[in-house]
Design a protein. Structure first.
Length: 118
């Protein structure tokens, strides 16, 4: 399985970005999809997740500003980020939980840098 994240960049405070993550490969089904982030000197933290059924969960710090969505037909997950703050600056990673045969495993993308600065 391969995950390719895109959409990061430099944005001013208050701006918006939309991250995308495309999943490729075969022989598995995708369960939960999500985004994590890691700021310099900090641990990786959960940003948002979306289940197969469309239920979502967000970190308190992004509630009301970020929206996670998925397109099951395209095996893709998105993160719409609005009202960005400097503290949102981090490398953002997409992740999935997948089922392959009788096993579940996690997949991770390579990360995309988001920098919020004036």
């Amino acid at each position: 399985v391969q995950l390719q994240a895109s959409g990061g960049g430099l944005v001013q405070p208050g701006g918006s970005l939309r991250l995308s993550c495309a999943v490729s490969g075969s022989g598995f089904s995708i369960n939960t999809m999500g985004w994590y982030r890691q700021a310099p000197g900090k641990q990786r933290e959960l940003v948002a997740v979306v289940t197969t059924g469309g239920s979502t969960n967000y970190a308190d710090s992004v509630k009301g500003r970020f929206t996670i969505s998925r397109d099951n037909a395209k095996n893709a997950v998105y993160l719409q980020m609005n009202s960005l703050k400097p503290e949102d600056t981090a490398v953002y990673y997409c992740t999935i939980e997948l089922t392959r045969g009788a096993y579940k495993e996690d997949g991770w993308g390579q990360g995309t840098q988001v920098t919020v600065s004036s």
